[in-house]
Design a protein around this ligand. Structure first.
Ligand code: AMP
Ligand code: GLY
Length: 449
C-alpha cells in the first residue's frame, strides 16, 4: 500500500520510517517532507503546501494512496480531514471540530470541565480590562495562554504582576493576531510533565508508551520553552495505577465527551500532563496529533505494524486489533538544534557525520534539513533528532550521545542531560521539575519547529 504523510518534522520522518518497516507499505510520500524523508528508500517528497487541501487530495487520488496521515496540527485545525472525508478518501486525524481540542484552549478547557477531567483552575477572557482585574490578586507565577494556535509562542509563565500585565497587553494588542484575542489565565501547576499519546477510533482509545519531553532549551531545565529538545520512553514515572487513572479520568472521558458533542474523533489524542506532588495527573494541554520529539522515541519501540493501527483507527475497529505490541527496550532521542533556536536561526549550513552516526546504531530523524545540490543542509530551528534503543535508559543515553558525536554543522546546539530524570526516577513529591521559572526562563519564543 501507498501512504501519504503530511508535515516536515522529525515526527513525520519517524512516521514515514516506521511505516516503511512494514512489508505491507511499499511507498510513502511526504508533503512537504525534509532532507531525511527525501533520502529514505521508497519515500518521496512532494512539494505542496500543507494547507493546499485540493492539491493534496488530488495527489493522493492520482497516486492511489490507501491512507493519508496528518502529522502537523495546522492542516487538522483547518479541516483537512473534513475535506478528505467529503471525498471518501481515508485519512488519519480528527476533523476540524475535533482538532479544536488543540486549536482553542478555551474550548479544550470547557470540554475538560464537562468531562470532569482534572486540569488547572482557569478563566477565559476576551477583554483586557476584565483580564487585568482578574489578575489583581492571583498567586504568582501564573500561566497566560493565547487561545489559538500560535506556533509555540502562545504560553507565558509570568513570574511577576508586571510580566503578567505586559503579556495580556501584548496579546490583546494583537501580538499574536486572532490567536490571542481570547486568553486563558491558568493556575501554575508544579510537578513532572508526562506525554501520553493515545490512538483512538472515536470509541476505543489506546495509549502508546508514555514519554517525557524536555521542553526547556538548556541543561537543568533552564532557558526558554522550545518545541522539545529531547525525549525518552517509556517513562519510569508511569506506574500501573497512574496509567489506570489516566485512562479512566482523562482519556476515556475525553473521547466520551467528544462523542456526546457529536465529534467522532479518530486519530491521535495527545495529553500533556502535569503529575503533581500528590500523584494526580492534571491535563495542561491536549494536542490533536502526535508529539514531537516524543514520536521519535515511541515509534522505534512499536512492534505492531504502524499502518495496521492507523487503519484500525480510521476504520473504527481498534478494539479488534487487540493490545499493541512493544519491544522491551528503552529509547532516548536527543535533538540537535541550530544556534539561536527557539528564536531566529541561520540556515544553509552543511551537515556531516549522519552516516557514521547511523553505523553506530543511531536512528537519525531529520526535522529542519533539506537537500541542496545533493548536499544536506540545515533548514530550521530543530535540525535532527538522534534516537538510540538499549535495554536500559542509561545505555540508550550513552549510545545516543555517542552517535551524536559524529554529527557536525556550524552552530549545532543540544542538551547534554536528556534522559536525566529516567536515571534517577523520582516521585513527583521529590521533584520540583516545573518549579518557579526565573524571569529569563520566560523569554520570548518564536516558531518552535
Ligand atoms: P502548552 O503549549 O499548553 O503545552 O504549554 C507549554 C508549556 O508551558 C508546557 O509544556 C508546560 O511546561 C508549561 N505550562 C503550560 N500550562 C502550565 C500550567 N498550568 N502550569 C505549569 N506549567 C504549564
Ligand atoms: N513535544 C511537544 C509537542 O509535540 O507539542
Amino acid at each position: 500500500m501507498k501512504v501519504l504523510v503530511v508535515g516536515s518534522g522529525g515526527r513525520e520522518h519517524a512516521i514515514a520510517w516506521r511505516l516503511l518497516q512494514s512489508a505491507a507499505v511499499t511507498q510513502v510520500f511526504c508533503i512537504p517532507g525534509n532532507g531525511g524523508t527525501a533520502t529514505l528508500p521508497n519515500c518521496r517528497n512532494v512539494s505542496l503546501s500543507v494547507d493546499d487541501f485540493e492539491g493534496i487530495l488530488r495527489f493522493a487520488q492520482v497516486q492511489g494512496v490507501a491512507l493519508t496521515v496528518v502529522g502537523h496540527e495546522l492542516p487538522l485545525a483547518l479541516g483537512i480531514v473534513d475535506f478528505f472525508l467529503a471525498a471518501n478518501a481515508p485519512i488519519f486525524g480528527p476533523t476540524r471540530a475535533g482538532a479544536q481540542i488543540e486549536s482553542s484552549k478555551s474550548w479544550a478547557k470547557e470540554l475538560m470541565h464537562q468531562a470532569g477531567i482534572p486540569t488547572a483552575m482557569s478563566a477565559v477572557f476576551t477583554d483586557l480590562n476584565a483580564a487585568l482585574t482578574y489578575l489583581g490578586d492571583r498567586t504568582l507565577p501564573i500561566v497566560i495562554k493565547a487561545d489559538g494556535l500560535a506556533g509555540g509562542k502562545g504560553v507565558t509563565i509570568a513570574h511577576t504582576q508586571d510580566e503578567a500585565q505586559a503579556t495580556l497587553i501584548q496579546l490583546f494588542g494583537g501580538a499574536l493576531g486572532d490567536a490571542g484575542s481570547t486568553v486563558v489565565i491558568e493556575e501554575f501547576l508544579a510537578g513532572q510533565e508526562l506525554s501520553i499519546l493515545a490512538v483512538t477510533d472515536g470509541q476505543t482509545i489506546r495509549p502508546l508508551l508514555p514519554a517525557q519531553d524536555h521542553k526547556r532549551l538548556e541543561d537543568g531545565d533552564r532557558g526558554p520553552n522550545t518545541g522539545g529538545m529531547g525525549a525518552y520512553a517509556p517513562s519510569p514515572l508511569l506506574t500501573d495505577s497512574l496509567m489506570i487513572r489516566i485512562e479512566q479520568e482523562i482519556l476515556q472521558p475525553a473521547i466520551a465527551t467528544l462523542r456526546q458533542r457529536g465529534i467522532d474523533y479518530r486519530g491521535c489524542l495527545y495529553a500533556g500532563l502535569m503529575i503533581t506532588s500528590d500523584g494526580t495527573p492534571y491535563v495542561i494541554e491536549f494536542n490533536c496529533r502526535f508529539g514531537d520529539p516524543e514520536t521519535q522515541t515511541i515509534l522505534p519501540l512499536l512492534d505492531t505494524p504502524l499502518e495496521q493501527i492507523l487503519l484500525a483507527c480510521t476504520e473504527q475497529r481498534l478494539e479488534s486489533l487487540g493490545a499493541l505490541k512493544w519491544l522491551p527496550q528503552c529509547s532516548v532521542c536527543v535533538v540537535a538544534a541550530a544556534q539561536g533556536y527557539p528564536q531566529k536561526v541561520e540556515t544553509g549550513h552543511f551537515i556531516t557525520g549522519i552516516g557514521k552516526a547511523t553505523e553506530q546504531g543511531g536512528l537519525v530523524f531529520h526535522a529542519g534539513t533539506k537537500l541542496k545540490n545533493n548536499s544536506l543542509v540545515t533548514h530550521g530551528g530543530r535540525v535532527l533528532g538522534i534516537t538510540c534503543l538499549a535495554p536500559t535508559h542509561k545505555e540508550a543515553i550513552t549510545r545516543a550521545y555517542h552517535a551524536l558525536d559524529n554529527i557536525y554543522y556550524e552552530g549545532m546546539i543540544f542538551r547534554k542531560d536528556i534522559g536525566h530524570r529516567a536515571l534517577a526516577p523520582s516521585t513527583p513529591e521529590t521533584t520540583a521539575l516545573n518549579s518557579d521559572p526565573t524571569p529569563e526562563d520566560i523569554g520570548a519564543q518564536s516558531a518552535l519547529e
